[in-house]
Ligand binder design. Structure first.
Ligand code: PMP
Length: 425
């Protein structure tokens, strides 16, 4: 095939200049097997980011490849105007993973589409307009969800949302009220009473903020906030695009780790292991509001993506991947605590299961973000053969969200590499 330089040159010439890549000298990936990636020279990398938290069961998992190939040979596309078994049975199997009241599934192709649809459903169902989301949230890049996303990095002044309000972020490390979830919930109550019409359509939150840097929402926050929202006529929406499908280890869904039960759940990324697939799950009653008008999605739940989605659900269960996330995640958090004792630059380690964050600061008192140090360790990790993610409002958080099939040896390897890279700062 073409050389890496040729690919880079062609990309520069023909891909939109707005498309960015990781690393000063980008990595080219030609193959993936489970938790490993291979570049054009055959060099192996340990994948700690899963194509942005999307490769849930591992690269080219044999069972998934088989399911997709078989469907590919049969029929690739029908749209929902004809019956096809894959999409119907996928909906059934997905609903079986959710609380019983969320038994109505609408398939779309991306997280942004799912969240757009969730806003639409909430506004139609409640007859209200205002939507509340959190600062530091990421919900997508469509014109609708760009307004919802409140993260300076991803903010365009020309694409603001209408009727969208952003509440204080219940961030235990940087937030105004520490880990006091009820105090942040009071801010939502105040916002409902003073900044909205008093009637609200929806509240949106990721149970663990992904792009925002694996921020685990403060204790008790979602429970109390859901009460306030429902008291003001709104529905509660959980964005499970990153935290869902067993990644937290202890629970299948991120919202369960907060002891709440949403009215609408949106999902994408890990649901299809990389094939374009996303979904909105809600109650039959809320979903029924769409029957008054025609709503349509050409590719949503196409047979090949649906076959992939069904395989993902099966593999997670058959191979005990949720439990694996818990075991490996606990080990990693333990190792991170050790690294934090040794390296002053580590300000905070957090997360659940295989959705972890490590925040670097110049000073533990002021919490001044250590951007340059983050970048240096990030590059060094790549040179040592580990591809990690980064994010957070200030770009100073490592995001460790690997395929759910990581082994203890992988976890040890990454921590040793991290220790080494941090020592070199
Ligand atoms: N919600 C969350 C929590 C996300 O992390 C993302 C993507 N980073 C989205 C929604 C949007 O998904 P997509 O890129 O598939 O539109």
């Amino acid at each position: 095939g073409p050389s890496k330089d040729q690919v880079m040159e062609t990309r520069k010439q023909f891909l939109s200049p707005g498309i960015f890549h990781y690393y000063e000298r980008p990595v080219m990936i030609v193959e993936g097997k489970q938790q490993y990636l291979y570049d054009e020279t055959g060099r192996r990398y340990l994948d700690a980011f899963g194509g942005i938290v999307t490769v849930s069961v591992g690269h080219s998992h044999p069972k998934l490849v088989k399911a997709v190939n078989e469907q590919n040979e049969l029929i690739q596309h029908t749209t929902t105007i004809y019956l096809n078994d894959q999409v119907a049975y996928f909906a059934k199997e997905l609903a079986e993973k959710l609380p019983p009241h969320l038994d109505s599934i609408y398939f779309v192709n991306s997280g942004s589409e799912a969240n757009d649809l969730a806003i639409l459903m909430a506004r139609l169902y409640t007859g209200n307009y205002d939507v509340i989301a959190l600062r530091n949230c990421y919900h997508g890049m469509s014109l609708g969800t760009m307004g919802l996303t409140a993260h300076a990095t991803w903010k365009y002044p020309v694409a603001q949302g209408f009727g969208i309000h952003h509440a204080l972020n219940p961030d235990p490390y940087r937030g105004r009220f520490g880990n006091d979830g009820e105090a942040y919930a009071e801010d939502v109550k105040d916002m409902l009473e003073t900044a909205t019409s008093g009637r609200v359509a929806a509240f949106f939150a990721e149970p663990i903020q992904g792009v925002g840097g694996a921020v685990v929402l403060a204790d008790g926050y979602l429970k109390r906030t859901y009460e306030h929202i429902r008291n003001h006529g709104g529905v509660c929406i959980a964005d499970e695009v990153q935290a869902g499908f067993g990644r937290t280890g202890t629970h299948y869904w991120g919202f369960e780790t907060h002891g709440v039960s949403p009215d609408i759940v949106t999902m994408a990324k890990g649901i299809g292991n990389g094939l374009p697939l996303a979904a909105v799950a809600t109650t039959r009653e809320i979903a029924s509001t769409l029957q008054k008008r025609i709503h349509f999605n050409t590719y949503g739940g196409n047979p090949v993506s649906a076959a992939a989605g069904r395989a993902v659900l099966k593999i997670i269960d058959e191979e005990g991947m949720q439990e694996n996330c818990r075991v490996i995640g606990d080990y990693l958090l333990g190792r991170f605590a050790g690294l934090q004792e040794k390296h002053d630059v580590i300000g905070h380690c957090r997360g659940k299961g295989l959705m972890l964050g490590m925040e670097l600061v110049k000073d533990r008192e002021t919490k001044e973000p250590a951007g340059a140090e983050t970048k240096k360790v990030f590059e060094d990790m790549k040179d040592m053969g580990v591809l990690i993610g980064k994010g957070g409002l200030h770009g100073n958080v490592f995001r460790i969200k690997p395929p759910m099939c990581w082994t203890m040896a992988d976890a040890e390897f990454m921590c040793d590499a991290m220790d080494h890279a941090l020592s070199r700062l």
